[in-house]
Design a protein around this ligand. Structure first.
Ligand SMILES: Cc1cc2nc3c(=O)[nH]c(=O)nc-3n(C[C@H](O)[C@H](O)[C@H](O)COP(=O)(O)O)c2cc1C
Length: 200
């Protein structure tokens, strides 16, 4: 069994449809540590020791958020800035995250087709996520393909939420195929890479 840390970050939960549904669905998966980041740190006063200990205690870190201006909501950035410290996460002797996995679970307002050279977002979604990928790499962490719901304002989100509980369960039970997830561009509820013989 892997230890999974699920960090949920949405500053406007009163209007969230998809992300809040994922957060609620995740509560039904036993053995996952869930943290509602904006509820814990409404004033952005992140406790670095607590957060670093959380990272040390888990094997897979799932960061769940809506895409805001082609990146994460501000508190997620602050959390990374403060907890992924030099000497802890990277740099000389900073290898505390080595061998762990950083996985993104995100939603976008824009539709899939907009995220291409020809589309109005001009870039693939993965291009916008490069800073996260390189952050993971610098910290010697794995970076499986992000789990994505495009067009979240139009989507009803139920499949995405069901897929998310399946994803958390597979991560926990070591039935998630990290090798295939590392080769994929993006993951959706119907393209979760499970190890052979594992049931969805
Ligand atoms: C401040 C802000 C910035 C946003 N930036 C983007 C963006 O860069 N790209 C995009 O596709 N959607 C963007 N959106 C739309 C959100 O990603 C979308 O509303 C969210 O994924 C829906 O999830 P929810 O139902 O959980 O709120 C933005 C929304 C807000 C409020």
């Amino acid at each position: 069994m892997a230890k999974v840390l699920h960090i949920f970050a949405h500053p406007g939960q009163g209007t969230s449809r998809v992300n809040l549904a994922l957060w609620k669905a995740a509560q039904s998966v036993d053995g996952i540590t869930g943290v509602d980041l904006y509820a814990v740190y409404p004033r952005y006063d992140i406790d670095i020791d607590v957060e670093q200990q959380r990272l040390l205690d888990h094997d897979v870190i799932v960061l769940q958020f809506p895409l805001f201006w082609y990146s994460c909501p501000a508190l997620v950035k602050e959390w990374i800035d403060l907890t992924f410290e030099h000497g802890f996460a990277y740099g000389q002797d900073g290898d505390c995250l080595k061998g762990k996995h950083l996985m993104l679970a995100l939603t976008t307002g824009g539709p899939h087709g907009a995220y291409s050279q020809q589309g109005y977002q001009h870039f693939e979604l993965r291009t916008f996520l490069t800073p996260f990928e390189q952050t993971a790499r610098l910290c010697q962490m794995g970076f499986p393909a992000p789990y994505v719901q495009f067009d979240a304002l139009a989507a009803d989100g139920a499949d995405h939420a069901r897929g998310f509980t399946a994803l958390l369960t597979a991560l926990r039970d070591d039935t998630f195929d990290f090798r295939r997830a590392g080769e994929a561009e993006l993951l959706t509820h119907d393209t979760l890479p499970l190890k052979e013989g594992a049931r969805p």
